[in-house]
Design a protein around this ligand. Structure first.
Ligand SMILES: Cc1cc2nc3c(=O)[nH]c(=O)nc-3n(C[C@H](O)[C@H](O)[C@H](O)COP(=O)(O)OP(=O)(O)OC[C@H]3O[C@@H](n4cnc5c(N)ncnc54)[C@H](O)[C@@H]3O)c2cc1C
Length: 555
């Protein structure tokens, strides 16, 4: 147990949001990025399809903002969406000048493709490896700037004192030592919480740690009931098949060989927003027009070998490797899977939370630009725009605030907790709890929701929380004790699952990704507002409306 070092700013998370934030911290300030995995294993690297920006002279950022707000089913805060879309072209050119190699058009300009819910083909891309291309660039920049990255440090809690942030408590994974990192400002950039669901495109590390830590520190979580299900994932392991495939022109077919999107979004068809396409697929399957009661087909064959092999090379490989299917000759089986959290740590449009000194950016934050449904290729943009904003704000905060003493009692408390779960042993294994949680959320808090299913889910989640309180771990060691880390992550997921379900029960309307079959209509009179949750309960906030009055959402 020790206080390792004093910093001005700690950034928790080495994905795109965290890295971008760190690069914006004034160079004379002491900054460290903390990551529970080696940085290039962050989920940002897996992003495939693209990043939106109105860079074409025919396109306008105001149209991008409108598409984003309409896509959000009018729950996005419009001032934040405008800030993001206006900044987008600058972001893309900045990344290109820093070294990102985007795919090009024959005339040399950056290529752009269609994405769901966009009125213009404005997703810039690097084949179907856009996240990797962007991440490589920021990683190089972080080396150039000699930014300290504490790799394989697992942050367990946010330390506070005198009503402001004091740093973070973490476990050094290699040794098991409980370490305090004192800082005047902390930026949370820990990504999503897909591990709450059995069917997800997210990796094991996306367990919502930062959201749960903020919540436990009394910082509100916002819009948590809005979970995005991506329409096209490979059945079984739910590896993502990018929306870029449909952006390039792929078709969706049911068992009767119908392009069924005609019935759900006659204008945009396969490139309608994700909530609509996912519901369409689930409906086709549940009404008996799927295959094996489980999937539909995504057909790329008419795009031809050249496009498939060059612009969609990664998903070509995925289909071959994981399913033995060659998309040049055969359609790919697809089913919806959890993909993204629209909600997260409530921030203003500059990334500030209610706790002085604490900022949040990227998927763990709810700014909120995505509202009830995020449009594809808007998340990479969100990480870079608001990562930068959080970095600017944190630097300014540090300049004005001397900081507070680190509460060393937090370290003792963490050490005691570790001793307790080791002593409990495997009486109640947390692994079973985690599995049941993921199955429950997939079955009862999925694409379609209703009161009986949500009530059942809430009861189960609360029972699992009780069991978790008694649970323990088998590994008694200190070195690389992943048993302990998975136990702690399960606790984070249980907190978040409860909030998602409570929010989903209270929101008696259908909006964006939140589809209640018992309340099929959007109800602006009652629910055009954000739900904010803290351990003390719920409070509501109005949605910021600037230029775009809520209308019915048709595609
Ligand atoms: C398969 C896939 C494809 C996608 N494709 C696209 C796309 O084409 N376009 C688009 O716009 N969006 C896409 N998205 C969404 C987008 O990639 C993510 O929302 C975004 O990259 C998240 O970035 P982030 O920086 O917020 O978090 P992440 O990249 O998830 O990084 C989180 C970081 O936090 C660290 N961390 C977490 N918990 C702790 C802890 N307790 N202690 C220490 N460190 C911790 C992790 O180590 C990691 O470094 C895709 C998502 C997936 C899953």
């Amino acid at each position: 147990m020790e206080i390792l070092q004093h910093f001005d700013v700690i950034v928790v998370g080495a994905g795109l949001a965290g890295m971008r934030a760190a690069l914006e911290i004034d160079p004379d300030l002491r900054v460290a990025v903390v990551s529970k995995v080696y940085p290039v294993r962050s989920h940002s690297v897996a992003a495939q399809g693209g990043i939106n920006a109105a860079i074409d002279p025919e396109d306008k950022w105001q149209d991008h903002a409108f598409d984003t707000i309409k896509g959000s089913d009018y729950l996005a805060d419009q001032d934040a969406a405008e800030l993001m879309c206006e900044d987008a072209p600058r972001v893309v050119y900045e990344m290109e000048h820093w070294g990102t190699i985007f795919s090009r058009r024959p005339d040399g300009r950056i290529a752009q493709r269609s994405f769901g819910g966009q009125g213009y083909p404005r997703a810039c891309y690097a084949a179907d490896k856009t996240g990797r291309a962007l991440y490589q660039t920021l990683f190089e920049q972080s080396i150039r700037r000699q930014i300290t990255v504490l790799k394989e440090f697992f942050v367990v809690s946010i330390a506070t004192a005198h009503g402001q942030v004091a740093g973070v408590v973490c476990i050094e994974i290699r040794t098991g030592t409980v370490v305090g990192l004192a800082a005047k400002s902390v930026i949370i950039a820990t990504g999503g919480a897909g591990m709450m669901y059995a069917r997800t495109t997210n990796p094991y590390i996306n367990s919502g740690d930062g959201m749960a830590m903020a919540y436990r520190a009394g910082v509100p979580l916002k819009d948590m009931e809005f979970i995005q299900f991506h329409p096209t994932t490979l059945p079984g392991m739910n590896v993502l098949i990018t929306e870029g495939a449909r952006g390039e022109g792929a078709y969706l077919y049911n068992r009767d060989h119908e392009r069924f999107m005609e019935r759900y979004a006659p204008k945009l068809m396969e490139v309608a927003p994700r909530d609509i396409v996912s519901r369409a697929i689930e409906t086709e399957i549940s009404e008996g027009r799927g295959f094996d009661g489980d999937y539909v087909l995504l057909d790329l064959r008419h795009l031809g070998e050249n496009i498939i092999k060059h612009r969609l090379s990664e998903i070509y490989d995925f289909a071959l490797t994981y399913k033995g299917i060659n998309p040049i000759y055969e359609p790919i089986p697809v089913q919806p899977g959890q993909h993204y959290m629209m909600g997260g740590i409530a921030t203003d449009k500059h990334g500030a939370t209610e706790l002085p000194g604490l900022y949040a950016a990227g998927e763990c934050a709810a700014v909120s630009v995505h509202g009830a449904n995020r449009l594809g290729a808007n998340s990479l943009l969100d990480t870079l725009v608001f990562g930068r904003q959080a970095g600017i704000q944190a630097s300014q905060f540090v300049r004005k605030n001397p900081g507070v003493d680190f509460p060393s009692a937090d370290l003792t408390r963490q050490q005691d907790m570790i001793s307790r779960v080791k002593a409990a042993g495997r009486r109640e294994p947390y692994g079973a709890i985690r599995r049941e949680l993921r199955e429950t959320m997939t079955q009862y808090v999925g694409t379609f929701r209703d009161e009986p299913r949500l009530t059942k889910a809430l009861k189960t989640v609360r029972a699992l929380q009780d069991r978790y309180a008694e649970a323990g771990i088998q590994d008694q060691g200190d070195v690389f004790n992943y048993d302990l880390l998975a136990y702690i992550e399960t606790g984070f997921l249980l907190d978040l699952a409860e909030i998602v379900t409570v929010g989903a029960l209270a929101r008696k309307e259908s909006r964006g990704a939140h589809a209640r079959i018992d309340y099929p209509d959007r109800d602006d009179a009652q629910f055009l507002r954000h739900f904010l949750f803290t351990p003390d309960g719920r409070r509501d906030e109005p949605v910021v409306i600037t230029h775009y009055q809520p209308k019915e959402r048709k595609y």
